[in-house]
Design a protein around this ligand. Structure first.
Ligand SMILES: *Cc1c(COP(=O)(O)O)cnc(C)c1O
Length: 463
């Protein structure tokens, strides 16, 4: 049965949205001055709004719809599971078939010897679990002083108190008294933005060695873990220099600390392999997964940990932590079906071997545009840095973010969804994107850049 809202005109939906719906990460005044776009349907890599306008979704929703929209298998699995067992908890010595099967599957596909999954409803929750897991781990090993988690400036690990604290977004920390205690942040491996005048490989080593300096400053007996995304996603698709991860791994091996790799975006094929850890040769003790785990069709996240961590937590009484929806049977069944499709249709091999090199080649052509200081990509995530002066990488006149915002609107007008991060533009399309669709994406991005250049000049924002 359709709900009433299926029949309401767009304007009414927008009015009701303005009256009753609070949007995440949104300036409400600015939103309500413009009204929200009402997205109604989607198929493959395209979404459609209630006015019938279609857009190529360069962001796969929010970095998550890896298998693309419109797969009928997932709703069928969800309906079957809902009829059979819509919900049961995994507390009190109970389990369910989808949770068992998904935890076994995650042990198979995640990197190295990771073997046990602790389920959550989202990436933020899974990272909050990680914070509790690593502190509890050291406590049961008789080292309760090891509570500090080292993270990086500009990292994104979620929006709950714990995960936003581990994240390094200054604008998030500026509200509500974050970060919580015992979280510290080192620099990010952002060579384009912060490595001016330095050699890229050398810069990667310098930024990695900040971890060693920070461990020594705090004392090894105080540090529980280091957490990082293989490629910083929401921070602007910051791809580390090749030297960075091997040096981070060396430091994690040399000191007694755990390595949490946040694979919420990079996992499930985004970087051209199953996990970002595979692409960069990282050996994590814990990975965080969400987003591509279910291709966004249902909310689910998980912390996947080594047997050593799982055993430590299990052999020491009760771990006082869990969620009503940990191991939710419908969410687990849908995630499992998503992974089955990724495996059986070789979608990750396609994205890595066909789509990745093609996107890299086509995306690089945007680097020739007068407004673009750098075009970079890793697998199917990519960024362009906008600048009024390619040679000096100068910033635009006026506030940062303005030109990025203009470009985002120009993308929408040209039927492309690209996200802006300050004055850079990022994409993360579904992994099933075809070569023709990549051509269309790059063509529309080019049109939007032309219009943005004109507009920035007209507004006097070019230096
Ligand atoms: C999106 C994201 C999260 C948070 O996931 P939610 O499901 O939004 O809570 C955590 N880490 C990374 C790297 C993310 O991109």
């Amino acid at each position: 049965m359709d709900s009433d809202s299926d029949f309401l005109p767009t304007e009414t939906l927008q009015d009701l949205d303005a009256a009753h719906h609070m949007h995440p990460f949104t300036d409400g005044g600015a939103l309500n001055a413009e009204r929200a776009r009402v997205v109604a349907a989607a198929d493959g890599v395209m979404i459609t709004d209630t006015e019938g306008k279609t857009y190529l979704d360069g962001m796969a929703g929010l970095w998550c719809v890896n298998i693309g929209y419109g797969r009928h298998e997932l709703p069928e699995v969800a309906a079957r599971q809902m009829r059979q067992l819509p919900y049961y908890n995994t507390f009190f010595h109970t389990t369910n078939r989808p949770a068992v099967a998904l935890s076994q599957k995650l042990a198979e596909v995640t990197p190295g010897n990771l073997s046990h999954s602790f389920f959550a409803g989202s990436g933020s929750e899974a990272n909050d679990s990680n914070l509790r897991i690593v502190r509890r781990y050291w406590e049961v090993l008789g080292k309760p002083g090891k509570t500090i988690v080292i993270s990086r400036k500009n990292a994104y690990h979620g929006s709950t108190m714990g995960s936003a604290s581990m994240g390094g977004m200054a604008y998030m920390h500026s509200q509500g008294g974050l970060p919580i205690p015992d979280i510290t942040h080192i620099g990010q491996p952002y060579w384009y933005g912060e490595g001016e005048g330095t050699d890229e490989a050398e810069f990667g080593l310098v930024r990695a060695r900040e971890l060693e300096t920070e461990i020594r400053r705090l004392g090894e007996d105080r540090v529980a873990a280091f957490i990082a995304e293989p490629v910083l996603g929401a921070g602007g698709v910051i791809i580390p220099p090749d030297t960075y991860w091997p040096e981070i791994q060396r430091i994690c091996d040399a000191y007694e600390i755990l390595l949490i790799v946040d694979e919420v975006i990079c996992g499930f094929g985004r970087t051209g392999n199953w996990f970002g850890s595979d692409t960069f040769g990282i050996r994590p003790d814990i990975v965080t997964v969400a987003k591509g785990l279910s291709s966004g069709y249902v909310p689910i996240g998980a912390s996947v940990v080594s047997g050593e961590i799982a055993n430590a937590l299990y052999d020491s009484g009760e771990f006082n932590h869990g969620y009503t929806y940990s191991g939710h049977p419908v969410a687990c069944a849908v995630a499992l079906e998503n992974i089955r499709i990724l495996q059986e249709e070789n979608i990750i091999a396609y994205s890595g071997e066909v789509a990745t090199p093609y996107l890299a080649e086509r995306w690089a052509t945007l680097g020739d545009h007068p407004l673009v200081g750098e075009a970079r990509s890793c697998g199917l995530m990519a960024a362009i840095e906008l600048t009024p002066d390619k040679a000096t990488r100068a910033a635009f006149k006026g506030e940062a973010e303005r030109v990025g915002g203009i470009c985002r609107e120009n993308c929408f007008r040209n039927g492309l969804i690209m996200r802006s991060v300050l004055d850079s533009m990022v994409i993360s399309p579904p992994l099933i994107i075809t070569k023709d669709e990549i051509d269309l994406l790059v063509e529309r991005a080019g049109l939007a850049l032309d219009e943005t250049l004109e507009e920035a000049a007209r507004l006097g924002l070019m230096s």
